[in-house]
Ligand binder design. Structure first.
Ligand code: GDP
Ligand code: MG
Length: 437
């Protein structure tokens, strides 16, 4: 699926210190392929990835975060932008507000009509009326009647009437007399776009002048969804899109392509057959979902907010000179603590993170470590070699810890410094650390 493909695309960037035109080319190509595989039209995917590329190359990669993670963020932000940026307003206020539902047969119109009525009903001062204007299949009317009963919303039914336009008009008049302030008109669809159907929906539109026309589309229909959306939009100039069946093995691509092609906002997503399986569409969340990398992205965001680049540079340079000391260590701990959960964040400390991770430091032992460092003198902090047996004893007393704990920590710290030294010797830091130093 798209998520796996993007995952592997991002893997390409791991270990690279900086996003450059060169190493990004492969990644961008993979992202493009992943999008195309998810039914995003090639042209759209190309335009999108070109933009990503420009952004990524221009973007300064902060020291703490891997380029791969920053790429995820860039892609996510751009995806959200592509799908509309902010969520689109939905207007259900009117006297009555008329909402026309259109789309192909089986796309989920009737189900959505029920969900929308249910959703609006729960809002203060809204009192919806459902209208069965699918005159071709008796089962369709029955379906809406049952749904209405289930959610406790009245359904306007005229089983003998073979004119959808007059049903719609009568329903609006009836709504007014019954103090219903929202009218949701469920219409008939065909299996494919067809003139007769288009004419009928367009006629209903002209007769009742709806303030919202929602085009309902099955998100699993891929590229076809885009063409259908285009045809409906040319004819109806709809006000928004409803993406259904997002609970299935869905292809996020439809959302992207439709928005891009018809430039109409996606307003709702439908993700199940139950009446409450309806969500307002949030571009940000959808992008997140497409990427399937929520944790990583928020991590990147947090790091960008909190990471002190100056501090990081200073510490890096001390590591390079084999001068890393307890004061630096504590500064690192402070930075990590500011960023939140320890375990998630350990890997973010340049160079050091991985080593600490190997030494298995939990949130609790972090506290202990701080206490130990706190009871060192400033001189001791900057000269770890100074700390002999009697100093250790004093430090242990100062922080109320067992001497064995202090010794263990000193040993870990030594191991860490040795690792740093070795890495310096091998020249590994130059490759590992952004900026190269
Ligand atoms: P219509 O012909 O456009 O009115 O489509 P329907 O509302 O009758 O839906 C067609 C089929 O899709 C029905 O079996 C629905 O239960 C099902 N369906 C509609 N929306 C969703 C959805 O969001 N998720 C799933 N899994 N099924 C849905
Ligand atoms: Mg229907």
């Amino acid at each position: 699926n798209l998520q796996d493909k993007l995952d592997s695309a991002f893997k390409n960037l791991k270990g690279q210190g900086r996003i450059t035109e060169l190493n990004i080319a492969t990644t961008v190509k993979e992202i493009r392929r992943a999008l195309v595989d998810a039914d995003v039209n090639y042209k759209i995917a190309k335009e999108f990835t070109d933009k990503i590329k420009d952004k990524a190359v221009g973007e300064k990669v902060i020291n703490a975060v891997s380029p791969g993670q920053l790429m995820v963020k860039i892609v996510k932000d751009e995806l959200a932008e592509l799908m509309g940026g902010e969520e689109a307003p939905f207007n259900a206020k009117g006297n009555p507000a008329i909402i026309l539902i259109a789309g192909l047969q089986g796309s989920g119109k009737t189900t959505f009509s029920g969900k929308l009525a249910n959703y609006l009903k729960s809002q203060k001062s809204l009192n919806p009326l459902l209208v069965a204007a699918d005159i071709y299949r008796p089962a369709a009317m029955e379906q809406l009647r049952v749904l209405g009963e289930q959610i406790g919303v009245e359904v306007h039914l005229e089983p003998e009437n073979k004119d959808a336009v007059s049903i719609a008009k009568a329903a609006v008049a009836s709504a007014k007399s019954k103090n219903k302030n929202v009218v949701i008109i469920d219409t008939a669809g065909r299996l494919a776009v067809d003139e007769e159907m288009m004419n009928e929906v367009a006629n209903i539109k002209n007769a009742v002048n709806p303030q919202e026309i929602l085009f309902v589309v099955d998100s699993m229909t891929g590229q076809d969804a885009v063409n259908t959306a285009k045809t409906f939009n040319e004819r109806l100039d709809f006000s928004g899109v409803v993406l259904t069946k997002l609970d299935g093995d869905t292809r996020g691509g439809a959302a992207i392509s439709i928005k891009y092609t018809v430039n109409k906002p996606i307003k709702f997503v439908s993700n199940g057959e139950k009446m409450d399986a309806l969500d307002v569409f949030y571009p940000e969340r959808m992008a997140q979902r497409i990427l399937g990398m929520g944790d990583i992205t928020s991590l990147v965001e947090r790091a960008q907010q909190q990471f002190d680049e100056e501090q990081a540079k200073k510490i890096e340079s001390k590591i390079r000179k084999n001068k890393f000391d307890f004061a630096d260590f504590k500064a690192q701990l402070e930075m990590i603590k500011k960023m939140g959960n320890m375990k998630d964040l350990l890997g973010m400390i340049p160079g050091v993170g991985k080593q600490i991770k190997d030494l298995d430091i939990s949130d609790d032992s972090f506290k202990g470590i701080e206490a130990i460092i706190d009871s060192m003198t400033l001189e001791e902090r900057s000269n770890p070699d100074l700390i002999n047996g009697s100093r250790r004893k004093r430090i242990a007393q100062g922080c109320g810890k067992d001497i064995a704990e202090v010794n263990a920590f000193m040993k870990q710290f030594e191991q860490m410094r040795d690792m740093m030294k070795n890495m310096n010797k091998m020249g590994a830091f130059g490759k590992m650390m952004p900026g190269g130093l």
